[in-house]
Structure formats: C-alpha cells, structure tokens
Design a protein around this ligand. Sequence first.
Ligand SMILES: [Fe+2]
Ligand SMILES: [Fe+2]
Length: 164
Amino acid sequence: MATHSLADAFLEELQDVLSAETQLVKALPQMVEKASDHALKQVFESHLYETQTHVERLEEVFESIGQPPKAKKCEAMAGLIREAGGIMRLDAEQEVMDALLIAAAQKIEHYEIATYGTLCTWAELLNFVDGLQLLKQNMEDEEAADDKLTQIALTVNQAAKMGR
Ligand SMILES: [Fe+2]
Ligand SMILES: [Fe+2]
C-alpha cells in the first residue's frame, strides 16, 4: 500500500494498533497469573476485558472509514511483551515481582497512550467523527489503567522495599 496522504498514515497506524491490542489480549493472562497482590491481579484482569473491547472498537473504526480490519505486526508491542516475559521468568520475591510487573505494564500503557494520542489528533484533522469517538474511549481506558497502576504501586513498592 502506498502511503501518500494523512489518511494513508492513519490507516497504517490503525493496523499497527490493532496488532498491538491483539498481542496484548494474548499476553495479559500471564500477567494476571503472575501478579500476587490482589488489587494488581484485578487491574490486570479488568484490563484484559477492556483490551478485548479495544480490539472490537478498532474493528469499528476500520468499518467507519470503509476499510477491512487488518493488523500489521506492531514490533514495539512485541518487544514490550518479550521484555515483560523476561521479567516474569526472574527469580524474584512476590512483592518485587509485583513492582516489576507494574513497571512493565506502565511501559505498555504509555506506549498505547502515545499511539492513541496520534490517532485521535489525525482522526480529528481528517474529520473521522465516529472513529475519533471510539479512539477516545480506548485512550481513556488506557489512561485510567495507567492511573490505577500508579495508585497500586504506592503500596506494592512499599512492600517490595520492606523486603526480606
Ligand atoms: Fe488497549
Ligand atoms: Fe492498555
């Protein structure tokens, strides 16, 4: 596909984020499993369901611009997930593992927020009114998840610091 216009660039990014969200749907269950802190487990679990919704909303965005939903492998998300995988294989105390999981998850959320920030700006410029609404909803979920992680980190980091 030739990328000549901002609309082409939008489609390119949309294919990238569809891949990113799809990869995350597959990766989050392991993070749910690995987390020990109850609140952290819950955030990962509810974000898993939200992430499934994100995929559905993205499919609607494709539809709203008359394009078939198609994913183009997001290498950045693949890297972030690989890194999280490496963290999960570390031999760490529960509390320290939770702190590391939050760090990995916040990198992922910030990456998503950056992507949705760009997509929302472009959707607005291109007058993709329906798409913009859907993308904004995804972005708000990412921001809320990031805030919850920051909140949980307050107690988790303290527990990790106490250590053994
Ligand atoms: Fe998402
Ligand atoms: Fe997310």
